[in-house]
Design a protein around this ligand. Structure first.
Ligand code: GLY
Length: 313
């Protein structure tokens, strides 16, 4: 079977001009090309998703791993989830600190009896596994927090990409995600985030919930946007369950995103199904996504038309 791949680096306010889109496009294409090569060389969907998420976490431009946003108390707490669609098995880590790749802990927990760990438990596991301590803080995110503190945290959240000159205003919703279909027709989805930015201590993101990341043997979805909105729509599971029940992927996206739009949510989602269809949708201004069909690489960076969804196969 021809492998398929879609990734995202967040959703939110528009990128300033074509130059902004070009910079983000380069980052996304580097990840999609390297990850797709793995799938072509026989990697399974789970391994490809872990690999792609790590690459996106390591890119300081995106709000996950290195370059994560700071919470209201100036600390970074990250969340990540991995779902093996074939086994329909979810694992995740919530509000973990001082680690380079939160997706690796989600991957480790796939084989554990306890599959979702939060702050203290996650930290204890990192110690047990001897994972080296890593500070994901970048200068630009620190400056962003200092500026927000001076303004008494008037913004609801941090910038979607860690380059102020690339966004129209400071209201973006970054997160990263990868959904893959491998040569054996198996699907996996992974999502990783630094959260909204400037949030209350203990706030839990959608990214390590089935609302933000979900997969079955038939479809997989990863979400981005305001976590509370994604949770209210239970968006990833909603789209995937519709496909499980027989709806085609584009229609499942269309119906679910239209419902979210009606409810005035601010979010985006990417996904694919076992037939090889790839789809994306958003209610926000932009969705930073790129896909690989085997024949072509495309992206959604300058997609701002009236349609709420797009698809390709
Ligand atoms: N979607 C990421 C967050 O709100 O935490």
């Amino acid at each position: 079977m021809q492998p398929k791949l879609i990734i995202h680096g967040g959703a939110g306010s528009s990128l300033k001009g074509k130059g902004g889109a070009e910079i983000v496009r380069r980052s996304l294409y580097a990840v999609i090309e390297q990850t797709y090569a793995k799938l072509q060389n026989g990697a399974n969907a789970v391994d490809a998703v872990i690999y792609g998420c790590q690459l996106l976490e390591d890119d300081p431009r995106f709000n996950a791993g290195t370059g994560s946003v700071l919470q209201s108390d100036g600390q970074i707490r990250m969340s990540a989830a991995l779902m093996n669609g074939n086994l329909q098995r979810f694992s995740g880590v919530i509000n973990v600190s001082r680690i380079k790749n939160p997706i690796q802990i989600a991957a480790y927990l796939q084989e554990s009896d306890d599959r979702v760990l939060s702050d203290h438990g996650a930290l204890e596991l990192l110690r047990e596994l001897g994972v080296p301590s890593f500070d994901p803080l970048t200068e630009i995110r620190l400056q962003e927090w200092i500026q927000e503190r001076a303004g008494n945290f008037s913004h609801e959240m941090a910038g979607v990409v860690a380059e102020k000159e690339l966004i129209e205003d400071n209201a973006g919703r970054g997160t990263i995600g990868v959904v893959a279909l491998d040569q054996n027709g198996q699907i996996a989805a992974g999502t990783s985030t630094g959260g909204k930015g400037f949030e209350r201590i203990g706030r839990v993101s959608d990214s390590a919930m089935p609302a933000g990341n979900y997969a079955t043997p038939k479809a997989g979805v990863s979400c981005t946007g305001i976590g509370e909105d994604i949770i209210n729509e239970c968006l990833a599971a909603r789209i995937v369950v519709r496909v499980d029940d027989g709806m085609a992927l584009p229609q499942a996206f269309e119906k679910s995103i239209a419902e979210a739009q009606k409810n005035q949510r601010e979010l985006g989602a990417i996904g694919l199904d076992a037939t090889g269809a790839i789809a994306w949708g958003k209610t926000s201004e932009v969705l930073l996504a790129a896909y690989h069909t085997g024949e072509l690489i495309g992206d959604t960076l300058e997609w701002q038309d009236a349609n709420l969804i797009g698809c390709v196969s």
